[in-house]
Ligand binder design. Structure first.
Ligand code: GTP
Length: 421
């Protein structure tokens, strides 16, 4: 029997995702029409004998989160629970704090996943690999992928023995190049990790006492306190994927992940992809349309577009490479390119909202868009997608280019390369 844990972080995390994480926890942000972590949950459900999915984070358990969990329980007929950390415990602290609940029922191993990765989650393949290469009761498996050398330093880098698949060296965000093989934030751990975490807690406490600091705060790091010790013990094995993988840190990376998940739907959920039909809008490439959206037949949508619930799209509208969130209204002949339009926003007639498409590295099998700083070295806003927060109203006949607009703003004039606070 197997279990899965998804690390969902909390309100202090996801700062690079603002203003979109101001309205809603980032793990519930819709990518390709479903909340970001539903992609993880759907992958877990496909693993034979995976009996429970546990979300660990420090978000308050609000209606959004409760409704999402109830919806998934019903839809996928699996036990899903949310365990809330009393304070931010780091990526390893929650695993240790809730160890008894995770270990209840005596699972053979635990899948652990970062919530902010976009991936086809080859969990069943990882499990087969784990049973073949690792010794499942003692060893663990990490999902790894190759990235261009320049990009690798933004991630945890690992070196493996190509024959045995054992990870021989691991460095988190190295200052100079170590290896193009990186940590994808998806693991299959043996239950031995709880002993390692207990040792890390003791070590931390001893260090604190030695420094005369007395605190009962528990913060552990999955990379430092599990991955590195596992590597030192020769108990970590790398399962390499050549399939899609990307992080979702910034809004721009959500648009990129939207494109990747939509393309994956051809294999996994073809019914989620819209088609041009008589009386409906013209569709180009991969597009998701929520059934409650009302779209004029003269609109032109795609490729790489997600239209969420209760959106209204009027005559002559053009949308490309964008995510349009719930209850947005796009008026006649407006145009939205490379953008995210926040909940309940309104775009006026003949208005153009446009961002800069991120160009993936053509040499990478699946290019990864790294976090990306908002500003360049001269302090100017880096060209990126345009993001409108919730309840933004953009008047008619206006151009909004490469802008980030905070929720509730009323835009009456054109704007370019600005953050509207
Ligand atoms: P950065 O590039 O600095 O963001 O590092 P990273 O990509 O390794 O991400 P980070 O370690 O911050 O987070 C990895 C995953 O763990 C994300 O899904 C976070 O939401 C989650 N996470 C981070 N901190 C915590 C925490 O204190 N508690 C819980 N439960 N989850 C966390």
């Amino acid at each position: 029997m197997w279990k899965a844990v998804i690390l969902i972080g909390g309100p202090d995390k996801g700062t690079r995702f603002r203003p979109l994480s101001l309205n809603q926890p980032k793990p519930l942000f819709p990518v390709a029409g479903v909340p970001m972590i539903q992609h993880h949950i759907e992958a877990c459900v496909a693993v034979p004998n995976l009996q429970e999915i546990i979300l660990i984070g420090f978000f308050p358990e609000d209606e959004n989160l409760k409704n999402f969990i109830n919806h998934c329980r019903k839809e996928f007929n699996i036990s899903i629970r949310y365990l809330r950390e009393f304070s931010q415990m780091g990526t390893g602290g929650g695993l240790y704090h809730f160890r008894d609940q995770i270990m209840a029922g005596n699972p053979s191993g635990i899948f652990v996943m970062n919530s902010d990765v976009c991936c086809n989650f080859p969990l069943s393949e990882m499990l087969k690999f784990h049973l073949k290469y690792a010794s499942p009761s003692n060893s663990s498996t990490i999902l790894a992928t190759n990235v261009p050398s320049k990009e690798s330093m933004f991630y945890g880098c690992l070196v493996e023995n190509e024959e045995t698949k054992e990870v021989t060296h691991y460095v988190e965000k190295p200052e100079s190049f170590v290896s193009p093989l990186i940590n994808c934030g998806v693991y299959l751990f043996s239950t031995k990790i709880f002993g390692m975490l207990a040792e890390a807690v003791l070590r931390n406490q001893e260090e604190m006492y030695a420094q005369g600091v007395f605190s009962d705060s528990l913060s552990l790091s999955l990379e430092q306190d599990i991955i590195m010790p596992l590597t030192d013990l020769g108990s970590l094995y790398a399962y390499q994927t050549t399939s899609m993988w990307s992080q979702i840190k910034s809004a721009a990376s959500a648009v990129y992940a939207n494109k990747l998940y939509l393309s994956l739907y051809h294999k996994t959920h073809p019914h989620r992809l819209a088609k041009s039909e008589e009386g409906g809008p013209m569709i180009i490439g991969d597009v998701f349309i929520h059934p409650s959206a009302k779209i004029d037949p003269t609109a032109l949508l795609g490729p790489n577009v997600t239209i969420c619930a209760d959106v209204r799209i009027s005559a002559g509208v053009r949308v490309r490479n964008s995510i349009i969130l719930n209850e947005v209204n796009l008026s006649n002949h407006s145009c939205v390119l490379n953008s995210i339009i926040g909940w309940k926003s309104t775009i006026g007639e003949w208005t153009r909202v446009e961002g800069t498409a991120q160009q993936p590295d053509p040499n990478a099998p699946f290019a990864k868009i790294v976090s990306g700083s908002l500003f360049d070295h001269e302090g100017k806003l880096s060209p990126s997608i345009t993001v409108l927060g919730g309840n933004v109203n953009v008047e008619s006949e206006i151009v909004v280019l490469n802008a980030i607009v905070l929720p509730g703003k009323d835009l009456k004039s054109c704007t370019k390369n600005q953050i509207i606070l």
